[in-house]
Write a protein that binds this ligand. Structure first.
Ligand SMILES: Cc1cc2nc3c(=O)[nH]c(=O)nc-3n(C[C@H](O)[C@H](O)[C@H](O)COP(=O)(O)O)c2cc1C
Ligand code: SF4
Length: 440
């Protein structure tokens, strides 16, 4: 068979996945304001299971209301959500696809405030520099309660019959806010040295293991390099953790009971390198960013900047974006660095959409599997395309990031009109996620 390494099963300590392609996390506002799930989310996940991915890693699932980044995300903060997640798991299992739920907490990094709470919780009391969301530094009691919220989330995922959980330790959210030397300014035992900054996540891992035992899959997504200084107008500060520091954190994570590492990049989100784009579509961004301007103290400033100096914003953003031909596999060197440090499988995210390229990365041993977000949004059946021996989809993802800038306001889907025969065809494809209509 062509591209055989892609179709080899991958064995983790507690889980076997039928091939080496994972659907990466993609958050869309598919659910209800109160955190209950919808049929739309099930329809969305089934698209990828049908298309042949070995496993789906869910989108951002808040473990606590104060960790929610946008309303309308299904949550895992209460036992009443277990039946919904069971329905999601059952639906994708029908296609022999595994489901890993991403246990998440946004900390100070959020998109739309919602009505339930004004300030986030973080390692720091400095507001998020991208949008200016206010936050407070967590007390030790709040840290303990949050560790417990993660552990309870894992227990619920297990009770729902899901195949594992992933800690969202990447992209600038709460766990990154503790790990990061650029963000964490604490003076207690949770700040300062790398060991202290890693204390929170290691307590989360131990808390989960205590609650779910040793035989349930647990992986961690981490931004191997943070590059927090990549965009001058967000002024997040120094660069943050290096690959060497993250490799050390991964070693500790594995010692504490983590079964796999998912290698990502960037100390905030979105970041010029994550998801790395061929361009920043400021013209589309300005149409949806208005949804956010009443939320964070910096969002109105950003909106004016996007409206009045779009070219400047694009130029600044693009300064550290890789060249288009370098987007596919941009995190492979970081994944390799982590792989050299740990004994567990490493999944790599970032730009993958060519079967021969993925095959070569697997054969070199840069990573054990790849996770794909945008190219699977563009072609839900990419794995089936590879299985037929085709190296790339006929209409590949262009990395235009229009899906990303639409998602705070509009349904998640591929918004690259050039990929469709017409605008009507694009809208029909995006809206297809609402069929069938109801979750019972
Ligand atoms: C619309 C959108 C939503 C995303 N949501 C999440 C998320 O909820 N959790 C997460 O860890 N990463 C999220 N990501 C990042 C992706 O999982 C992925 O790591 C990144 O886009 C790079 O992969 P790609 O080049 O295949 O898109 C999101 C990306 C996009 C484009
Ligand atoms: S809008 Fe479509 S083509 Fe553009 S990055 Fe998203 S999935 Fe890819």
């Amino acid at each position: 068979m062509a591209f055989e390494p892609i179709f080899q099963p991958l064995k983790f300590r507690n889980l076997t996945v039928k091939n080496r392609i994972f659907r990466s996390n993609v958050a869309g506002r598919f659910d209800n304001y109160d955190g209950s799930g919808s049929q739309t989310r099930i329809n969305w996940e089934v698209k990828f299971a049908k298309g042949g991915v070995g496993a789906i890693i869910s989108s951002f699932v808040p473990v606590h209301l104060r960790g929610r980044i946008v309303p309308n995300y299904a949550m895992i903060d209460h036992d009443r959500h277990i039946p919904f997640w069971r329905a999601v798991g059952n639906a994708v299992h029908e296609y022999d696809c595994r489901f890993i739920l991403q246990l998440s907490h946004g900390g100070r990094q959020r998109d739309i405030q919602g009505i339930e709470y004004p300030t986030g919780l973080s390692s720091t009391s400095k507001p998020d520099p991208s949008h200016g969301f206010q936050c407070e530094a967590m007390t030790v009691d709040q840290i303990r309660a949050t560790v417990d919220a993660f552990a309870e989330g894992a227990r619920r995922a297990r009770e729902a019959g899901l195949d594992g959980v992933e800690l969202h330790g990447a992209n600038g959210y709460l766990i990154t806010q503790f790990l990061s030397s650029a963000i964490n300014d604490r003076k207690d035992e949770y700040g300062g040295s790398l060991e202290n900054r890693a204390r929170f996540v290691l307590e989360v891992v131990r808390g989960i293991r205590k609650k779910v035992g040793d035989d349930f899959h647990l992986q961690m997504k981490i931004s191997v390099q943070e590059n927090c200084d990549a965009v001058s107008f967000f002024n997040i500060g120094p660069s943050g953790n290096t690959a060497a520091e993250s490799a050390q954190v991964c070693k500790w994570l594995v010692e504490a009971g983590v079964d796999a590492i998912h290698a990502s990049t960037g100390g905030f989100f979105p970041h010029p390198q994550n998801p790395a784009g061929s361009d920043l579509p400021v013209d589309q961004l300005v149409k949806t960013y208005d949804t956010m301007i009443s939320s964070g103290d910096g969002a109105f400033r950003n909106y004016l900047m996007f409206r009045t100096t779009p070219d400047l914003v694009r130029r600044e953003w693009q300064k550290t974006v890789p060249k288009p031909e370098e987007i596919e596999g941009l995190n492979l060197p970081d994944a390799r660095r982590v792989k050299e440090a740990v004994s567990v499988p490493v999944i790599c995210t970032g730009g993958f959409q060519t079967a021969s390229f993925i095959t070569a990365a697997l054969e070199r041993g840069d990573c054990d599997a790849v996770s794909i977000a945008r190219p699977l949004i563009a072609n839900n059946d990419l794995v089936e395309i590879f299985r037929r021996g085709q190296d790339r989809a006929d209409r590949p993802c262009t990395y235009c990031n229009k899906c990303l800038v639409n998602v705070v306001e509009n349904p998640l889907g591929c918004y690259e009109e050039a990929r469709y025969p017409s605008r009507e065809a694009m809208i029909a494809e995006i809206m297809s996620v609402f069929t069938p209509p109801q979750f019972h």
